[in-house]
Unconditional design. Sequence first.
Length: 89
Amino acid sequence: MTLFLWLLSSHFIGDFLLQPKSWTVHKFNKKVLSSRLYFHILIHGILTSAVLFINYTYWWVPIMIMFTHYLIDLGKIYLNEIIKSPSCL
């Protein structure tokens, strides 16, 4: 349970404390071409590594977190565009 709380805390730090609003706007404007998206994903990888590298058997988890976070963020960006588009009505 303690590991879960550390990982959850690192996720909140990466999403809310270390991601300026300007990065969010940049991601929504540039989408997959946004450099801020990749910085954001890298921050999550670093934070996850900081939590997990106490035990090196979990070396693959930061990579998985970065990959899934990338897919989820891109999904949110493109889904937001579809929802706000008047042509889908």
